[in-house]
Ligand binder design. Structure first.
Ligand SMILES: NC(=O)C1=CN([C@@H]2O[C@H](COP(=O)(O)OP(=O)(O)OC[C@H]3O[C@@H](n4cnc5c(N)ncnc54)[C@H](OP(=O)(O)O)[C@@H]3O)[C@@H](O)[C@H]2O)C=CC1
Ligand SMILES: O=C(O)C1=N[C@H](C(=O)O)C[C@H](O)C1
Length: 250
């Protein structure tokens, strides 16, 4: 029996890749390609809803899918801890399955794991992210999640973010300044810089094409079959939980 999948955001850049992956796998049947113009009833017969749409639309799309009893994979950005908190409650009450993946690329997940490991050793931390000019949100979801996880790993915000009230110092996320660049020629890039006495550690990840997301999407779709509750990030899916076992975190 094939698993019926609906994709919200199917006409977009990431949505097209998700549809291609689903259509190429005989285990799945793509039953709905949804866009901003789709009616709310479209895709109601799917067992899995993949949301790769728009940060403003994502919470309502996810809520509707959960009310229908669908398993949900979210790749849309904007799922900060503040937005995850009510989702966590809803999932706990309903016993639903949701996987939220701020970034499907292997290198990005590993970069964030390394940043979490390094975070407790430094008091001075900043994040610089760069994306293509069509990106509608800033800071990126990946940068927000990275900042939140790093602050949690340290047990709180870094103490050193001098003159953070000045606009050019970036947006403070969990006490960490995040700087967003939107540049022609860029797909996606994130750099975490950690400063200490006489040294700076930089953890950089570059995405050169959407192909970087393919393996993560395949892995997350597979994980959705056996997962339960709310999972955030591909760390567990990639078996990185052991490395992070002694870390405080979200
Ligand atoms: N997790 C990850 O690894 C990645 C996440 N992303 C995130 O995925 C999301 C989509 O990115 P991308 O594909 O580049 O964006 P695009 O702008 O290319 O596509 C957006 C899609 O969402 C639909 N959409 C827009 N507004 C709404 C709405 N109000 N209600 C329902 N559907 C809507 C669009 O439909 P229409 O055609 O009608 O406008 C389109 O299908 C972003 O949040 C981005 O940050 C992107 C890359 C990787
Ligand atoms: O819009 C994008 O392109 C991306 N969005 C995600 C984010 O906001 O972190 C993931 C990746 O950076 C690409």
């Amino acid at each position: 029996m094939t698993v019926k999948v609906a994709v919200a955001g199917a006409t977009g850049r990431l949505g097209r890749l998700v549809c291609e992956i689903v259509e190429a796998d005989p285990a799945y049947e793509l039953v709905a390609k949804l866009s901003s113009r789709s009616g709310v009833e479209e895709g109601a017969n799917a067992q899995i809803l993949v949301d790769v749409s728009h940060p403003d639309a994502s919470p309502a799309i996810v809520e509707r899918a959960l009310d229908r009893g669908q398993r949900v994979l979210v790749g849309t950005s904007g799922w900060s801890e503040a937005k995850l908190a009510p989702l966590r409650e809803k999932v706990a009450e309903s016993g639903a399955t949701v996987i939220v993946v701020p970034n499907f690329s292997l290198g990005s997940v590993l970069g964030t794991v390394l940043a979490r490991i390094a975070a407790p050793f430094y008091d001075s931390i900043e994040i610089i992210e760069a994306h293509h000019p069509a990106k509608v949100d800033s800071p990126s979801g990946t940068a927000v999640r990275t900042a939140e996880l790093m602050a949690a790993a340290r047990g709180g915000a870094p103490t050193a973010a001098p003159f953070a009230d000045q606009p050019a110092r970036g947006e403070l996320v969990a006490g960490i300044p995040v700087h967003s660049l939107r540049l022609a020629g860029v797909v996606a890039k994130q750099e975490v810089r950690l400063g200490g006495p006489g040294e700076v550690l930089s953890i950089t990840h570059d995405t050169h094409s959407d192909e970087a997301y393919r393996a993560g999407i395949v892995a997350a779709l597979a994980a959705l079959q056996t997962a339960s509750g709310l999972t955030v990030g591909l760390e567990g899916v990639l078996g990185l939980d052991g490395i992070l076992a002694n870390q405080k975190g979200l």
